[in-house]
Design a protein around this ligand. Structure first.
Ligand code: AMP
Length: 217
């Protein structure tokens, strides 16, 4: 089973992906995570990507599709995957189809997490991430047991640079302009399931499971 998680920044894609990949034994491909890893390494791709990421803009399509294609070709043809944060525009969606077609694969379902602007802003401004293991917390909704410290590995928690209020508003604009069109794109292909992403994690996850069970073999 191959799934795309679609939704605005802060829609909960990463959080839902964590559970979904465990329950369905999927490979998690988050372009945001891959890009942040490249930035951390200081690789040429990372250096190029950082300029866009810091402003909340999209990294060029060619750069991102190469990373995704590399990730998909890295595991067996029967291994299902979950795309999180990719595609982000129609061009990427088409490039993805071409790459998948070459290896006789396709997308089974696109889950669109629909969220309100207020929820997105509250989620992103309170989001904190572990520097070491990448675990995600929220100051109010999922606070760590000890302030500023990861429950899982005792790493230090930090706020992503692009979660600052100004960049968040920019990311939302970019999402509306570039990614919003994908909702109709996948609706027209009869692949889209719209799910309420404003609910608490378990509530949204239950709706996602229902959609997957009803629409995927
Ligand atoms: P995310 O973690 O998905 O919110 O992504 C963080 C940032 O990485 C975005 O604001 C973009 O700058 C970049 N990025 C992630 N995925 C993509 C993508 N599919 N296309 C272009 N840029 C991306």
């Amino acid at each position: 089973m191959n799934i795309i998680l679609l939704g605005a920044p802060g829609a909960g894609k990463g959080t839902q992906a964590e559970t979904l990949v465990k329950d369905f034994n999927l490979k998690h491909i988050s372009t945001g995570d891959i890009l942040r890893e490249e930035v951390k390494k200081g690789s040429p791709v990372g250096l190029e990507a950082k300029e866009y990421m810091d402003k909340g803009l999209l990294v060029p399509d060619e750069v991102v599709i190469k990373l995704v294609a590399g990730a998909i070709s890295g595991f067996g043809s029967r291994q299902g995957f979950l795309l999180d944060g990719f595609p982000r525009n129609e061009n990427q969606a088409k490039m993805l189809e071409e790459k998948l077609c070459l290896v006789n694969r396709s997308i089974n379902r696109v889950i669109y997490l629909k969220v309100s602007k207020e929820v997105v802003i509250s989620r992103l401004s309170g989001r904190r991430i572990c520097k070491d293991c990448g675990a995600v917390y929220h100051l109010k909704n999922i606070p760590p047991k000890k302030e500023g410290i990861c429950d899982k590995c005792s790493g230090v928690l930090y706020q992503r640079e692009d979660d600052s209020e100004k960049t968040v508003l920019n990311r939302l604009e970019v999402y509306k302009k570039e990614t919003g069109g994908l909702i109709n794109y996948y609706k027209d292909k009869n692949l889209l399931s719209e799910v309420d992403g404003d609910l608490a994690q378990e509530g949204t996850y239950a709706l996602m499971l229902k959609e997957i069970n009803n629409n995927c073999e």
